[in-house]
Every structure is written in structure tokens, then in C-alpha cells.
Unconditional design. Sequence first.
Length: 575
Amino acid sequence: MKLSKMHLKTLREVPTEAEISSHILLLRANMIRKLVSGVYGFMPLGNRVLRKIEAIVREEMDAKGAQEILMSAVQPAELWQESGRWDAYGPELWRIKDRHDRDFCLGPTHEEIFTDIARNEINSYRQLPQNLYQIQTKYRDEKRPRFGLIRSREFIMKDAYSFDKDWEGLDKSYQEMYDAYERIFTRCGLTFRAVEADSGAIGGSNSHEFCALSEIGESQIAYCEHCDMAATDERAACVDEAMPQEEELAMEEVLTPGTKSIEDLCKFLQIDEKKTIKALLFEVFNIPKYKYVAAFVRGDRELNMIKLVNALDIPEHDIDFADEAAMGEQTGCVGGFTGPTGLHDCTIVVDSELIGAKNMVAGACKVDHHIKNVNYGRDYKADIVADLKMIKEGDPCPKCGAPVKMARGIEVGQVFKLGTKYSESMHAYFKDENMNEKPLIMGCYGIGVTRTMSAIVEQHHDDNGIIWPVSVAPYHVIITLVNSKDETQCALAEELHDTMLARGMEVILDDRDERAGVKFKDADLMGIPVRITVGKKACDRIVEYKLRRDAASVDKTAEEAVEEAVAFIEANRRG
Ligand code: ATP
Ligand code: MG
């Protein structure tokens, strides 16, 4: 490919909307273009990268016997109503109507569609196990689309669905996908961790997230260096700290003017945060059995929202912080001074650690007042007791007790054991060996293909641009022709281009009528793994050979440069 003929418009300036390296560089290198917030198109170079990632995904999925199909993005509401998710999914679901006023959505995921296929086309245990997948465009009307391809509203996902006749079969299907994912992300050049995860709105019992390690990642990972514990912070179980077994003292109301925060309260009373109870107030929508919820954790702890919604068994989007004044009228809570003893007509959810904590200080549900010596059981009771805590660096590992470490990651894939959630609600049954009707046992497995592209750039770049791993690079080699008016240089550059093309390399020849500096800058920005520069020494058939990841270049004969480039690419092209 000659660059003079290629559609390429690199940008010198940093686009204003882009905050993180991958977003900036993908835009600057003309890999992607924004249409509207959270909606991107792929330009020639970006499209090639995308196809390479997809090819890796396909190879590894096919190697596990999964079969590729392609379903529509448009999904009828009826299927979502059957599974119960038309209401449960919330505003992220991109709902549309046809001219007859019928409801549809643009699929954010395809459990309903694949379950529908299975119930119509799988009748017998003889057809099992099966794993069907697609690489297809998904839509999620995200609240805050950001970071370019990392959180967009339209994105490409590989989604796979496995169907088994029993739970052992599901375990095996799940493990195969887990193994395939490890290979896929390794081949994409990512440094990642597979961690236990919450199964969220999809439902189901068991799940792992694959997180590409990165400071800009939205997933917080807790892991242990002494055992194999690794989980998202949302999921990681917390160990309750054993508190001293004091004698229960009588409750005592104290004046604590203006002490709305735990910090102020502890300063004022000269006590440790661990002796206090923190209240968090919520309102629940659309769920008849709940209205207001007060959650309590120890003063030094942070509330884990996922654990709270799991304890309540409600969707995350049906709960929000309460309007304290409105909640106060019904329940007696008082902003900044709420404690568990003065509340009525609301659901009280208490962190398990507070059960054994003696003589705590809590809000008095009265302005400028707290109560000392509050004890669980004697002074207040919970509607629900659960682990509500957010794990933090240094907390004891829930498996072995060693201090946990925290890291950030970009969730590039997730695998779920769905079990019978969809096969029961949508009646996807098969006949077993004894002609008994049984629900299909399902798993589902997603990879954010476009998000993976960004994650690769996050991990592989420098100040000058992208440094693509060979396995996903848009081209393998760029030949930079220093002076496109010099016939000797042109001839050698063309010769190198043709030779390498004949050797199966993907080559670009930068034959543009530009200054050498501009060409070098663009080559660095695009991140092509090998650069061969044809300049003044062309008359002696000497060229400069440089890997994008290295700082220095080396003079070589044209023949040596070709051999070295071919050997390097061949060794790395599969990743
Ligand atoms: P997140 O927690 O980041 O919102 P999710 O857990 O809802 O993601 P899944 O339903 O597990 O996402 O979807 C499978 C994969 O699709 C994710 O692992 C991720 O790589 C990708 N993905 C999900 N949402 C987006 C998005 N808005 N933009 C780009 N990729 C996405
Ligand atoms: Mg996920």
C-alpha cells in the first residue's frame, strides 16, 4: 500500500474531547472518528486492527468448537418481556418503535435471542453441548459514554452462549471459554488478570472478568500475593474485624453540634472511627416491597453498592440516594445525624461487622445529637444483615488472611454461568436420555472487541504514538522514503516494498511528498512495528532498520533488512 494513495488524516493537536492516551492516539492516528458522543467509526488503519482482533477471537473460539452465527441488532420487545428484562434493564436499553408502534430494542447483549434459537432448534440431549457465538454490534445508551472505545454507546462485542444438558457440562464449557479468553488476550498482547466478578444484571451464579491492567481502568481488582484470590472490589468478600468484647453500657444521648461527617464526629468526641456507625440513605423505585432504605456500616468503612443491591435483590438502576428531607418525613432520619435506633418505616440493612461491635456511637435522628453505647440486638435490629463493605488495600484476604493488594483494570471480557435463568423464564427445554423435559443449562461469554483495541493502546504506547503488538498491527512494516524526488531512493523503496509484499508481509510505503520529519512522526503515531528508512545511502543499498518499540535504528543492507523484518514478523504475527 502506498501512503500517497491511502485515506489518512493524522492530527498534530490533541482532540479536546479525549482525556486518555488510547482515545487521543486512536483519534490522532486516524484509526477512529467520532460521529456523536459514544459513537465511533473506523478508518482504514483502525478497521484493519479491528479485523485482526476479530480474527484472533474467531480462531480461538473455533478452536474450542464454538460455531459462529450472526444475529440482528434489532430485537423484539416480546422476548425481553418473556425474560423479564424489558423492565429490569433500565435506561441503558436503547428502545425503539417501528411504524406500527411496536416496541423493539437495539441489543445490548443477546441472551434472549440465543435462548429463543435454542428452544426452537435444540430438542434433544443428542444435540448437546453447543456453543454459538457472533461478533456483532451492540448498543447501550450509557449514562456517561467516555474514553472513546472504552465506554461507548455503540460497540462491537463477541458474545457466545453455551448450552449443556447438565451442570458438569456447563463447568466444562465455562472452563473452555475461560481458557480461550486467556489465549485471546495473550495473543492481543495484553497484560491482564482473570478475577472473580459479580454477575450483575445478567444474573446467574458464577462469573469471571478479564481485566487488562491499567491505571485508567474502571474495574478495581483486589488480589492476594499469597493465594489465588482475585476478585473485583464489588465482588471481593470482606472479613469482619473482631471487636473487643466489652460489657454493654447504657445508651446516652450527647450534644454533637455540626458534626455531620464521621471525621468531624470523631474529632469532637475524641474517638476512633471504628467506634462509630455510618448511615447511608437511599430511595428504591419500582419495587413495591421497598421505599426507603438505610444502610449501616462501621464509620471507617465504605459502603459497597453492589453488595447492597444484591442484599436487597434489586436492579442497580432502581436505587438512588434519598432526598433526606423527604425521607425524614416518613422515617425520622435526619441528614448527618441518622442512626439505626430512631428509624421507622424503612428497610434497615446492617453490615455484618456491626453485629458484634459493642458500645458504638451512632446518629440520634435528631439535629446536632448522637447516641453513645449503641448495641445491635438490644438497641436496634436489621431487616437484612449482609457483608456491605468495600474491600481496600491491606484488608485481610478473605481466603488466607494476608493483606490484599489493589490494582485497576479495564474489563475486556466476562464469562458467566447463567444456569437455568433464561431457559426457565423462556422455557428452553430439551429431552434427556429418559425422555424427561429438562431446562438447558447455559453459560454466556462476552468480549468487548472495540474496548480491547483501546486497552491494547493503553498498554502499548509512548509519547510519540501507538506501539502495536505485531499480532494486531494494521501493517507490519512501513518503508519511509526520505526524498520522493530522488530516483535511486524511490527505486530501492519500491523494490523493498514489492519484495516484502511477495514474502507475505503487510507493507506501507510512505511515498508522500512530505518532509522526512513529518513521515517519521506519522510512522511513530501509527505504531507500525518495523520501520525501514530509505535515504541518502540508497546508492549503496544501505537502509535504516528500526523497531517501533526501540529508540535506536541500525544501518543494514537492503537484503539484511528484509530478512530481519520477515523473521521478526513471522516470529510475532500470531501473538
Ligand atoms: P461495564 O461493567 O464496563 O459496563 P458490563 O459488565 O456491563 O461492562 P458485559 O455485559 O459483561 O459488560 O459485556 C461484555 C463485554 O462488552 C465487556 O466485558 C466489555 O469488554 C464490553 N463492553 C460492555 N459495555 C461496553 C461499552 N459501553 N463500550 C465498549 N465495550 C463495552
Ligand atoms: Mg461485564
